[in-house]
Design a protein around this ligand. Sequence first.
Ligand SMILES: Cc1cc2nc3c(=O)[nH]c(=O)nc-3n(C[C@H](O)[C@H](O)[C@H](O)COP(=O)(O)OP(=O)(O)OC[C@H]3O[C@@H](n4cnc5c(N)ncnc54)[C@H](O)[C@@H]3O)c2cc1C
Length: 480
Amino acid sequence: MYDYVIIGSGIVGTTIARALSRYELKVLLLEKENDVANHQTVANSAIIHSGHDPEENTLKAKLCVLGNQMYETLEKELDIPLLYTGALVVAHSSEQDEQLKILYQRGIANGVKHIELISKESALTLEPQLSKDITSALSLPSTKVTFPWEVAFAAMENAMENGVELKLNSEVVAINYEQNNYHISLRNGNSIKSKGIINASGVFSDIIASMIETHVPYKIMPRKGEYFVLDRRVKGFINHVIYPLPTSAGKGVLLVPQVHGNILVGPTSEEILDRNDLSSSAQGLAKIVKDAKLLSPNIPFDRNIRTFAGIRASSTYKDFFIQESKEYKNFFHVAGIDSPGLTAAPAIAEYVVSLIKERHELIEKANYNPIRKRLHMFHHMDLETQKKLIKEDPRYGRIVCKCEQITEKDIIDAIHKPLGSDTIKGIKKRARAGAGLCQGGYCESTVLRIIAKETKQDVTKINYYDLNTPILLKETKVKP
Ligand SMILES: Cc1cc2nc3c(=O)[nH]c(=O)nc-3n(C[C@H](O)[C@H](O)[C@H](O)COP(=O)(O)OP(=O)(O)OC[C@H]3O[C@@H](n4cnc5c(N)ncnc54)[C@H](O)[C@@H]3O)c2cc1C
């Protein structure tokens, strides 16, 4: 019997798991996929927003500003990458200059620190590649950029270190409430008993809620966002996050420097019906090019290495819906977590803990350890250490992914680390093998063989990503 079962291992579920791991509780996280952070958390702009944009007095505004500050603690405790970029919201007309002033006032009301209206000249000095047509800008020095799924891995690893259990390939298909406990049925045939449930299942949260609630107080309205990823050789083209003025459809098409040097250009914002539709479209990509060129006319789109799409869990409630069920005690909805959910996640986690504390006393563990260290990649080490390690273990000297300089030993470490993986994309998420210019064209087959060898599986059993996605089906040439 668990005290709490968390459903969903995105940034919200994993940071809640970590927040609960501080207390004397038996906690389990269930994830339907074969890896952590496969949905919204792996496909977003990676911005730790300052909080200038959400409507005043909303949970979005409050938890975004708080979450932004909390990332600086997470950087130290969880060893996550954080790029202190700052951001500029740019205006293009005297009418937009006025709208920028309203946004400035909203930022002040939300508690955004160091927010400032600046002239066109100051903005162009900070970012010479901005369009010469801009008229003024809003400077947001507290905006940062992170590596979203690394944050989710870090939070989960740390939660597990402190006693939380994780079950992958565990899709919740039914929930029943009997004798004050929840009985959770999984697609794999297992069932689990818990005193409480935290529903952090992203775009699927209303489906989970409908398994138990007579009336679900929100409906998810999935909203797709498409992107271009520019190769990291464009590093320095812009150094701040660049926003246009927000509209009712969202923050608009942005330019976002990434922690590894790439630049993201996007996203679009399109209401869709299919929660799993991650396709890119000619129409969406054309819109990005058109809108992005208003921010900067010379964006090096010829350096594009891939496109992708993510789906926001926007809801009819408009704000984050973080409440205990009115019908079922100890069932918490953490729903409608679209942007700025990545930013707000650590604050959402503490907010959920505060709701739980209204119900029970929580006792802190004496041996809680908030510290987690990330994998030390070979290309980040100094030359002397590299030479020493190659002497000790020649696998450090074999570069498998030439684009990102990832060695065989880096890949082996990513397979065997506490939250390791045995899929091609899982290794890409952890070690960046295949994340560079050739997108795995050169290294994928070697990564596959390393996984097969390290996990003692046949090469035909190695999946690309999800279950049942093998790259090799059978041998076509049999040795004589
Ligand atoms: C295009 C786009 C751009 C964005 N940009 C930003 C940004 O720059 N900054 C920012 O702060 N926020 C941004 N966001 C928002 C942010 O990405 C999300 O708010 C955040 O990732 C939500 O995390 P989550 O854990 O709630 O959801 P998810 O990451 O979607 O996780 C939910 C998990 O629940 C699991 N699940 C679902 N159903 C079940 C089931 N039945 N059983 C078990 N598991 C289940 C899913 O498999 C999934 O892993 C953006 C979002 C998008 C889509």
